[in-house]
Design a protein around this ligand. Structure first.
Ligand SMILES: [Zn+2]
Length: 95
C-alpha cells in the first residue's frame, strides 16, 4: 500500500511556521478529513484539521486523546527521528 499525498490549502505549522501545502500518512492511504490529527513533518507538533482542512490547535480533550493514540505517537516518533538522521549526515559530511 502506497501512502497517498493530499493537496491542502497553503498554511503554516502553528508552532514552527513550516509552510505546508500537502499531507501524507506514513503508513497507509488514509487522506486527511476534518477532525483528524496532523503531525508537523518538521517539529512533530500535533494539530487537527478544521472542516476546510486548515490546521488548528488541539483542544484539551484532543490533546489527551492524541497522547494516548498509538498511531499519533508512532508518527510523532517517526518525525522526531528525521532530524536526528539528517543532523548525523550533516556532521559526517563536515568531518
Ligand atoms: Zn512544526
Amino acid at each position: 500500500m502506497t501512502p497517498q499525498t493530499t493537496v491542502l490549502p497553503e498554511q503554516m505549522c502553528l508552532r514552527c511556521g513550516h509552510v505546508y501545502d500537502r499531507a501524507s500518512n506514513f503508513e497507509n492511504d488514509h487522506r486527511p478529513s476534518p477532525g483528524d490529527f496532523c503531525v508537523c513533518i518538521r517539529c512533530a507538533y500535533v494539530m487537527a484539521f478544521n472542516d476546510d482542512l486548515t490546521l488548528r490547535h488541539l483542544t484539551i480533550r484532543e490533546l489527551i486523546e492524541a497522547g494516548n493514540d498509538p498511531d499519533v505517537r508512532r508518527h510523532v516518533a517517526a518525525v522526531r527521528a528525521i532530524p536526528e538522521e539528517l543532523q548525523a549526515n550533516e556532521r559526517r559530511t563536515k568531518n
